[in-house]
Design a protein around this ligand. Structure first.
Ligand code: C5P
Length: 232
């Protein structure tokens, strides 16, 4: 099974990101560029990080009408990223449109994954604010099944939901899991969390780790610890 540790580079300027990456001399981590970094640095920051030899997960979580998502993905497919995503809540036709827009003329495309429920969302929020009364694992499984039938490559979910997703949709359907914390680090705003080794045990394909690495006193050591714990 393919396993990757992706570093969520949630910074507000290109210079902060590049100085962060400068600390990694021997390894080139898989980098996640999310909304904060993309809105600050634009497509140029993506090109720059790619030129430095990193794989990129462009985490823009598109969620709009199918036509807008198709056209946006067409533009994004010109950026040489390795993976990008949409919200499954946009529905099957929106996810299909995303895939159409993403496919390049030569037939290649980045991996496309769907966000099921954010790892900061609790069962209480689901019920009281989003008015979704089904239990979280059921909601995630249903959203993942929609992503699978739309032809996506996998989903973003909590490590706690990985086993259900793989059982229902097969081991080749990727599970990308944020909400990762070391046993001795703070949960911050995340709710459905696990440690890297637990995520490995549960069968997570890729873990997305932000603050435990970016805010660490020694980010390279924290990254190496993460890779080690995620390979047991
Ligand atoms: O700092 P932390 O490890 O909490 O970062 C997690 C990253 O994963 C953030 O960039 C966040 O936007 C992203 N993410 C998430 N939960 C999801 C989807 C993405 O935390 N369901």
């Amino acid at each position: 099974m393919n396993r990757e540790v992706i570093v969520a580079c949630d910074f507000d300027s290109t210079s902060t990101l590049l100085s962060f990456l400068d600390q990694f001399e021997t390894v080139k981590p898989f980098v996640k560029i999310g909304m904060e970094m993309f809105y600050a640095g634009g497509p140029q920051v993506v090109r720059e990080v790619k030129e430095r030899g990193h794989k990129i997960f462009l985490d823009l979580k598109l969620h709009d009408i199918p036509q807008t998502v198709r056209k946006t993905m067409r533009v994004l497919s010109n950026l040489d990223v390795d993976m990008t995503n949409v919200h499954c809540a946009g529905g099957i036709s929106m996810m299909e449109a995303a895939l159409e827009g993403l496919s390049r003329p030569d037939g290649s495309r980045p991996l496309l994954i769907g966000v099921t429920q954010l790892t900061s969302t609790s069962q209480e929020t689901l019920e009281n604010e989003l008015l979704i009364t089904a239990p979280m694992p059921e909601v995630v499984a249903a959203y993942a099944a929609n992503a699978h039938s739309a032809g996506l490559d996998g989903v973003v979910c909590s490590p706690l939901e990985v086993q259900t997703v793989h059982q229902e949709l097969g081991d080749n359907f990727l599970t990308v899991t944020p909400g990762i914390r070391f046993a001795d680090s703070a949960a911050d705003d995340q709710r459905r969390i696990t440690t890297p080794d637990k995520a490995y045990e549960l069968g997570s394909n890729m873990i997305v780790v932000g603050r435990p690495i970016t805010q660490a006193t020694d980010p390279v050591a924290a990254y190496n610890r993460c890779v080690k714990e995620f390979s047991r």
